[in-house]
Design a protein around this ligand. Structure first.
Ligand code: R5P
Length: 331
């Protein structure tokens, strides 16, 4: 019998099943429902008293509903005397609201951090946070993992020699450098100017892309506007019309897929942190972060270092599924 409980919200059931399979456990039983007025209700259908509970819930669209579910699950665990509550939030909603930009605005990422702690969450595991400083909004430990090694493993097959890694804006240069280091490629940076919440333009291409294959990387694809404008700027600067795109979080809101349906886009690779990915189109590929999240959970239970999780080696050591007796359940 395991000494922890893996509970999942409704945001990404397929990821929950994949993480549970990697760990050789079955997700804990809980009921999450919505009242007709939109309120969320949670009921734990098995005891968690004294247990370490891992709450798996990416807070992707609909962000507010998924966030409240996570908070309600944590509150339910706390009130049911769970030993320790660890939130595994592969996609951290509101991460882009990490500063005030000098205007009368909230810092919602900071508010979310306070809400999580108020709900009883004692440790957060997340993935490719939009901004590293979000960790500073928490008083509790935050492990910010990265999907870059996972995505690089998928990218290596099929990436043409001489590819350059393109950062779509100044904020992603560090991530682009990480890709470039792992793939042995140079980095090109685009200068992005934001003209509104969903309106951006590329003003400069910093680096040589003439006749080069390009890999555009980003932490997330939301409306697809950033990537679409990056593709146009690279083509205008002489890049080969065979562009690959890699991003950790595929939100694909609105007409993002149509925007990425550019004749120069050959391949789009995202991870399964969010449930929204349509696998029907051959140019869209999904690299699973389930082995990475499972490895993090295993290491947290064993108080082991996360160092290996940042290396390029594959992590999946899928064990044999446990028997019902081992899980402490009746057949
Ligand atoms: C911006 O700073 C982010 O890193 C992403 O580039 C951006 O949020 C993607 O959003 P969209 O797909 O709507 O342009």
């Amino acid at each position: 019998m395991t000494d922890f409980t893996l509970l999942a919200g409704t945001a990404n059931p397929a990821l929950a099943v994949a993480v549970a399979a990697e760990l050789g456990v079955r997700p804990g039983a809980c009921t999450i429902e919505r009242f007709p007025d939109g309120e969320t209700t949670v009921r734990l259908d098995e005891p968690v008293r004294g247990r370490v509970v891992f709450l798996l819930q990416p807070t992707g669209p609909p962000v507010n509903d998924h966030l409240v579910e996570l908070l309600a699950c944590a509150d339910a665990c706390r009130r049911s005397a769970a030993g320790r509550i660890i939130a595994v939030v592969p996609y951290f909603g509101y991460a882009r609201s990490d500063k005030r930009n000098g205007r009368r605005e909230p810092i919602t990422a900071s508010l979310v951090a306070r809400l999580m702690q108020a709900a009883g969450i004692e440790h957060v595991v997340t993935l490719d946070l939009h901004a590293d400083q979000i960790e500073g909004f928490f008083r509790i430990p935050v492990d910010n993992l990265t999907a870059v090694p996972t995505l690089c493993r998928t990218l290596r097959s099929g990436l043409p020699p001489g590819t350059v890694v393109v950062s779509p804006d100044a904020g992603r240069v560090r991530m682009a450098t990480e890709y470039a280091h792992r793939l042995g490629a140079p980095v090109v940076v685009l200068h992005k100017r934001r003209a509104g919440p969903t309106n951006t333009e590329v003003t400069h291409v910093v680096g040589d892309v003439q006749d080069r294959f390009c890999l555009i990387i980003d932490d997330m694809i939301s409306t697809g506007g950033t990537i679409a404008r990056a593709v146009e700027a690279l083509i205008a600067a002489g890049a080969r019309p065979e562009i690959t795109i890699a991003a950790t979080h595929g939100l694909f809101v609105g007409n993002a897929r149509t925007r990425l349906d550019h004749q120069a886009v050959r391949r789009v690779i995202v991870t399964d942190t969010l449930a929204a990915v349509e696998r029907g189109r051959p140019s869209f590929q999904v690299a699973s972060v389930a082995p990475l999240l499972a490895a993090a959970i295993r290491r947290l239970r064993a108080d082991e270092s996360f160092e290996e999780l940042f290396r390029d080696s594959p992590l999946s050591v899928r064990p044999e599924p446990p028997t019902y007796q081992e899980l402490g359940r009746e057949t």
